[in-house]
Design a protein. Structure first.
Length: 175
């Protein structure tokens, strides 16, 4: 189980910018630690009570493993800073059945392509492709200053920062 403060931001990139980020990551000796399709199932109480309080309960199914995650309310307007608690799940489909049987509901589901890179054990850089929305770069680190520095290193320091979750982007079309 991991309990931590999530500090991240994402930016929208073109196909050419994505290639540039991949080249910079290679030059920085970033390690590709996962390339997968992720499917996220958002679970909530009836009336979306968890979401209305700013939280998220999600079962994320990846190739070969799954995670149950709770994310707390956003603590910053300009960056994604929030509590994150997650644990591995060996039988995600059974977990979803249990949660539904207990009265929770699946409110939303989506899939994305993700290439996850790690740099120096501190930064996580994800290249994510959302259907109908294209490529995004998501940077996660231990502090906002580390996230900003990595965006500069990747040549993305001047890009518009996106705090909306992928679920919100897909649901509303707003970045």
């Amino acid at each position: 189980m991991a309990e931590m403060k999530e500090i991240e931001i994402r930016v929208k990139v073109s196909n050419a910018e994505k290639k540039g980020v991949e080249n910079r990551l290679k030059a920085l000796n970033a390690k590709l630690i996962e390339s997968t399709i992720e499917t996220s199932h958002y679970i909530d109480l009836p009336g979306e009570k968890i979401m209305k309080k700013g939280g998220v309960l999600r079962v994320k199914i990846l190739e070969g493993h799954a995670l149950l995650t709770f994310k707390g309310k956003q603590e910053s307007k300009n960056f994604n800073v929030r509590e994150e608690i997650q644990t591995p799940v060996s039988e995600p489909k059974m977990l979803l059945r249990i949660l539904k049987a207990a009265g929770l509901i699946e409110t939303f589901k989506y899939s994305k392509e993700r290439n996850k890179y790690e740099l120096k054990g501190v930064h996580e850089v994800n290249l994510d492709k959302l259907p109908k929305h294209g490529w995004f770069v998501e940077v996660e680190a231990n502090s906002i200053s580390q996230v900003k520095e990595m965006l500069k290193i990747l040549g993305l320091g001047k890009k518009k920062l996106i705090t909306n979750s992928y679920a919100k982007i897909i649901r509303t079309g707003r970045y």
